[in-house]
Ligand binder design. Structure first.
Ligand code: XLS
Ligand code: NI
Ligand code: NI
Length: 437
């Protein structure tokens, strides 16, 4: 036991003042025909929760993530498994996500790293079988080691490229072994700092090839889940190739990878791209590529990936509105989030997840109310009414010609102004639903 002072976190409802209780996340509560637990397959991110201790550019760890073992050893790797499963069980979290180097310390030689991955995945599998907790997705960390300074798929070194391929191969094997639903490519250092030293087309072709090889190999070893691109516009590179959902989807289509890939949308990445979280969810959904979510929140005053636990109910509500409209996720909600550096106690780890899970549960409740209320949806449907009949319907059917529309316009003279967008009214409707008891 690593969290002896922390009980299993109960649901106590909105009136509870107990800091170690859910106020909104009530796993068995039914919302729009499904339980909250079904709507919200939450996942723990191994890296932030079990590895990161708060180190930043100006200071070292504040949180102790040794879990009683010596860091960099397999004993420590196992202690993290024990702590992680205890943590997930106490919160009722059903899934976890990992990078290869989160679950074992990287050895000098890849054969030894792979042996360690075999050993730890045996251990993780035992815990999974004992608890029923599952793997949401795995990935290879191809950005931390100095060898990846110029990227992995986008590197200028063929040897580094092969090393990256070896990591992807092994991470896929472990994902399959653990029954993972997905495999993620977050573009780490796949991007560039200056065109003075970069051949963009060459690098993008290489990335696509690495992904194609991963798909072929994954399918050959029985991986039936989705591959995901996790778009991010910048950080660590100035220009990241997978800027946002629209860019990543275009890339996948260009290289014929769109049947095997979906998006893993991270809230903080969408906002760094100058979009709302909701925008990237919608773009993914309308392209049939909304796969999974990295559930976190950025800070609008800071221009980097602060990976905060989500507390903004407006955003979680609009996120859940998109997810409900899309018919749910094939993936889940991975808390790619970390405590603020001064929140360094084990209890803070729980507070972070309680905050995040409650924020999404409340967002789900409110999004369902927006849908049931119907004012937003009926306004949107009404707004396009001119395309339901007459010339509008003909345009929608794809049968209209430019000449025909021009003749129609000449006969009509000047069109009336289009109907009001009523943004302020609609914003008031959302507030009314958010704050109505
Ligand atoms: C970094 C990313 C990363 C991915 C997994 O910004 O969010 O944590 O989710 O490699
Ligand atoms: Ni992420
Ligand atoms: Ni991120």
């Amino acid at each position: 036991m690593y969290f002896e002072n922390i009980p299993v976190i109960p649901y106590e409802g909105p009136n509870s003042k107990n800091p170690l209780a859910f106020k909104y996340y009530n796993p068995d509560q039914v919302v729009l025909g499904k339980t909250m637990k079904e709507h919200l397959p939450f996942a723990m991110a191994w890296w932030h929760n079990l590895c990161a201790g708060g180190t930043d550019m100006f200071g070292r760890d504040t949180a102790d993530k040794a879990f009683g073992a010596e860091k960099g050893t397999m004993e420590h790797a196992k202690a993290k498994v024990d702590a992680g499963f205890e943590f997930m069980q106490k919160l009722g979290i059903e899934y976890f996500c990992w990078h290869d180097v989160d679950i074992v310390p990287e050895a000098a030689d890849i054969k030894e790293t792979n042996r360690r991955l075999d050993e730890i995945s045996d251990y993780i599998l035992e815990k999974m079988q004992a608890t029923g907790i599952k793997c949401l997705w795995g990935t290879a960390n191809m950005f931390s080691n100095p060898r990846f300074m110029n990227g992995a798929g986008s590197t200028n070194s063929a040897d580094v490229y092969c090393f990256a391929a070896a990591q992807v191969k092994k991470a896929l094997e472990i994902t399959v072994k653990l029954g993972g639903k997905g495999y993620v490519f977050w573009g780490g250092r796949e991007g560039y700092e200056t065109l003075l030293n970069t051949d963009v087309k060459f690098e993008q072709e290489n990335i696509a090839n690495l992904m194609r090889m991963a798909v072929n190999y994954g399918r050959s070893i029985g991986f039936q889940g989705d591959f995901y691109i996790e778009p991010k516009p910048k950080e660590p590179m100035k220009h990241q190739y997978d800027f946002d959902a629209a860019t990543a989807i275009g890339f996948l289509r260009q290289y014929g990878l769109d049947k095997d890939f979906k998006m893993n949308i991270e809230a903080n990445h969408a906002t760094l791209a100058g979009h709302t979280f909701q925008h990237d969810l919608r773009i993914s959904a309308i392209n049939g590529m909304l796969g999974s979510i990295d559930a976190n929140q950025g800070d609008y005053l800071l221009g980097w990936d602060t990976d905060e636990f989500p507390f903004n109910i407006y955003e979680t509500t609009l996120c859940m509105y998109e997810v409900l409209k899309a018919g749910g996720l094939t993936g889940g909600f991975n808390f790619d989030a970390k405590n603020r550096r001064p929140s360094y106690t084990p209890e803070d780890m729980f507070h972070g997840y309680i905050l995040g899970m409650d924020s999404f549960a409340l967002g789900l409740i409110k999004a369902a109310q927006i849908i049931e209320d119907g004012r937003i949806d009926s306004f949107i449907a009404e707004r396009y009414a001119s395309f339901h009949t007459g010339i509008g319907a003909k345009i929608r059917s794809g049968e209209a010609t430019l000449e025909e529309l021009a003749a129609y316009a000449e006969e009509m003279g000047a069109p009336k102004l289009p109907g009001s967008g009523k943004q302020e009214y609609l914003e008031a409707v959302v507030n009314n639903i958010l704050f109505f008891n």
